[in-house]
Design a protein around this ligand. Sequence first.
Ligand SMILES: [Zn+2]
Length: 131
Amino acid sequence: MLKKGNKLYSILTGSCPRCHEESMYLDENPYHMGKIFKMHEKCSHCDLKYKIEPSFFYGAMYVSYGVGIAFAVAAFVIANLFLGAGLIETFIAIIITLVVFMPVIMRVSRNIWINMFIKYDAKATSKSLNS
Ligand SMILES: [Zn+2]
């Protein structure tokens, strides 16, 4: 089970990497394309500033490259090995997968990126700590 305190929880849900208490994003649904990169300035629970430095999230592009490959490999395995699709069909399946999951890939990449720099801190959930 995915629980708070696990990095995967923050990565998959897009919650604050430090306290896991709330979403970093204004709109949790990545398919609302206009808002895909709209994030809160900071966490209202632990006061963490998400944009650690200017253009911090540019680094997420490197991560999205890897995440994209992971999705492509998954599409390849499913289409080619499980469904027995030919080379062309497999290729098309990979393209469609990447396009369809693009918003998810972008979001997950940002989540992975910020989680590489910020550790979960259970104590950070309490507001009194920051007073
Ligand atoms: Zn937080």
